[in-house]
Design a protein around this ligand. Structure first.
Ligand code: CU
Length: 332
């Protein structure tokens, strides 16, 4: 897929002449002024951004059956959310450069998302969602996210981009614009790729330490991660969810002896008593990662965000150690 390779299209803001060219693609000049918009139009550099694209009407009264979203440069590792009743497809293409994605070079990825074969009546409203990594973009960068709405043969292209000094409100079909703000310092949202990996993280009463994962052999798409959690508070805390970009599914598992063999199963939380320490370790509780996006390579690391029942969350950098013996680990 090379349709994004023209040099003008690579710039965060394209020139007026390109904006006019894109404007000429609009098939329905008389469309009402309700726009395709972003629920949240700002995002921090070096953060994960959840884009919610709001579609408030069809194409001149016709129902929308297809929505195409083009991802600008600097927005990587995108992952769209499927919608019931719609077919979801992505197109992979080269990025404008190779990005450092948590220590892994990433030169290509999703550049276009298409939800199709659905039906959104002109009378109704709906939202289309994707998540992506906002890279180390300068404060104030404006990223147009071009959205094309199709209704059978008709189309409305929300792809126009304001020229420098031009008010986007003057455009009949402005592309939704995402404005980049400064990376938040110190918070869990900030994962500058160059930041040193802390071995111990404390948030509130919880201290996480000794995190590690094992490198995955060959084409294995399943991995496990471990961490020690100490609760210095008086009240018990429950680890309820673990999130990360490293894999499609991340679950909390326990290992039990059953009829002489180790069996593992998913658990929905893990209690850490007040003043207590719980170790996730091989042969015991572990973080199960299935659908790994890329092999876990020894010497690299990736972040996991731990969510607790009190709303507390913390991001732990998980260094990847050598491929270890996993014989106790039966995946069923
Ligand atoms: Cu497991």
């Amino acid at each position: 897929m090379t349709m994004f390779m023209t040099s003008a299209a690579r710039a965060p803001l394209v020139t007026l002449s390109l904006a006019l060219t894109l404007g000429a693609l609009v098939a329905l000049p008389g469309t009402a002024a309700a726009h395709a918009t972003l629920e949240s139009s700002t995002a921090a550099a070096n953060s994960t951004y959840k884009a919610v694209i709001r579609i408030g009407h069809g194409c001149d009264g016709a129902a929308t059956d297809r929505l195409t979203v083009e991802l600008p440069d600097g927005v990587i590792a995108a992952k769209p959310m499927p919608k019931a009743g719609w077919t979801l497809a992505t197109e992979i293409g080269a990025y404008d450069k190779t990005y450092d994605y948590y220590g892994t070079p990433m030169a290509e990825g999703v550049r276009r998302i298409v939800w199709s074969e659905g039906s959104l009546s002109d009378a109704f409203y709906d939202e289309f969602v994707f998540r992506a990594r906002i890279t180390d973009l300068p404060d104030g960068t404006e990223l147009p996210i071009r959205v094309t709405q199709s209704c059978g043969d008709a189309q409305v292209a929300w792809t126009e981009i304001a020229a420098p000094g031009q008010d986007p409100h003057d455009l009949p079909h402005p592309a939704p614009v995402l404005k980049i703000t400064e990376a938040r310092g110190g918070g869990h949202q900030s994962h500058a790729a160059s930041a040193p990996a802390p071995s111990t993280v404390t948030v509130g009463p919880i201290t996480a330490s000794k995190a590690f994962a094992r490198a995955t052999p060959g084409a294995a798409r399943t991995g496990a991660a471990y961490v020690q959690l100490r609760n210095t508070g008086d009240s018990p805390l429950a680890l309820t969810q673990i999130r990360g970009e490293v894999a499609e599914r991340i679950e909390l598992h326990e290992m039990k002896m059953e009829g002489g063999t180790h069996k593992m199963r998913q658990i929905d939380h893990l209690m850490i008593p007040g003043g207590g320490t719980i170790s996730l370790k091989p042969g015991g509780h572990h973080v199960m990662m299935t659908g790994l996006r890329r092999p876990l390579v020894e010497g690299e690391s990736f972040p996991l965000t731990l969510h607790f029942d009190t709303g507390l969350e913390m991001t732990v950098t998980v260094p990847i150690g050598p491929v270890g013996a996993m014989s106790a680990h039966s995946h069923n």
